[in-house]
Design a binder for this molecule. Structure first.
Ligand code: A2P
Length: 317
């Protein structure tokens, strides 16, 4: 396994298990199995509504002595209805309680999008609140307090543009160390990756396999199926890899972390093994040509009529 080393020496395994879309018993069984076969990095979020079963799986494995907490890397995310500074610490404490942990390794702002506190998921534009009213800088200051209290070790963001990352950097005392973004050959985001790498910020790639089990509200007619792209199949076949392994090895070879989701024991193993595959520069170049700036998670769910968010002001592009 390859690792990213943070400036304080902490190390994060580059391949982790994505837990979005795993529910209840499946989330429990999957995390237990993943721990058994050697996964050390788990990517969670309050919004996935599965932190309780994941916490039970972590506790069971830690309690039976098969894994030490300090050898794990656990990430979670602040949901959009808890950006208000006074809601940040309670949200993190709820996540810790559900995951049955004393601290997180990494806590991310899930989206640069805020909701009213009572809204779990918006049904009208008025459920959303502008970042002019609940600023990311104020949310970030509340997150910094959580680090000082020892509730989490590192801070980061998710779905943030270069412009929004610079907005935090200009005002923070604890710098963002991770930006988790959708990234795969159809959405390579090279400019954002270059910016982050210059600034010493790790990029974590979500939906690296094209997230074909994403909720129906995120599926549009004509969406390409990443794992069925003929070039991906052909390159993988020539290297004796599965298409999924090629995609995951590509992510690790471009020095991003990557968090594939699977709840299938065979595929969990197949995906973990991909972290150690070296790809040649010729293979990396062939994959570079597949970029078409295509998002599976395009953020349009936050742009309901009357919402302060638009596709343009969300992605700044
Ligand atoms: P399953 O959970 O049944 O394995 P993403 O990580 O981009 O969100 O993609 C998750 C989707 O990819 C899920 O539908 C998952 O199905 C599937 N998947 C995960 N690993 C593999 C693999 N090695 N080969 C094919 N499909 C995979």
């Amino acid at each position: 396994m390859k690792y990213h080393t943070f400036s304080n020496g902490d190390q994060m395994p580059l391949l982790g298990l994505g837990t979005w879309k795993s529910t209840d018993q499946i989330a429990y069984d999957t995390v237990k199995e993943a721990l058994r076969i050697g996964y050390k990095h788990f990517d969670c979020a309050a919004r996935y509504e599965n932190e309780k079963p994941i916490g039970k799986a972590l506790k069971d494995r830690i309690a039976n002595g098969s894994i030490n907490r300090k050898d794990l890397w656990i990430t979670s995310k602040l949901w959009n209805n808890a950006h208000q500074p006074e809601r940040v610490e309670p949200a993190l404490k709820q996540t810790l309680n559900d995951l049955r942990l004393d601290y997180l390794d990494l806590y991310l702002i899930h989206w640069p999008v805020a909701f009213k506190p009572e809204v779990n998921f918006p049904s009208t534009g008025s459920d959303l609140v502008s970042l002019d009213d609940v600023s990311i800088q104020d949310t970030w200051q509340a997150l910094e307090v959580c680090v000082r209290q020892g509730l989490c070790k590192h801070l980061g963001v998710s779905n943030f543009s270069i412009k929004k990352m610079k907005g935090i950097q200009a005002h923070c005392s604890i710098t963002p160390e991770v930006n988790q973004i959708e990234a795969h050959p159809l959405l390579q985001q090279q400019d954002l990756l270059d910016f982050c790498q210059q600034e010493g910020i790790l990029v974590t790639a979500y939906s690296p396999l094209g997230s074909s089990d994403r909720p129906v509200r995120l599926i549009k007619a004509q969406d390409p199926v990443l794992l069925e792209q003929s070039e991906v199949i052909e390159i993988a076949h020539n290297l004796n890899l599965t298409p999924a392994q090629l995609l995951l090895a590509w992510a690790v070879n471009r020095k991003t972390a990557v968090i594939p989701k699977s709840s299938n024991p065979g595929r969990l193993k197949e995906n973990l093994a991909a972290a150690d595959i070296e790809l040649s520069s010729e293979t990396m170049d062939s994959i570079k040509r597949l970029d078409r700036h295509f998002r599976y998670v395009d953020g349009s769910i936050w742009t309901l009529p009357g919402s302060p968010y638009t596709i343009q002001n969300l992605w700044d592009e």
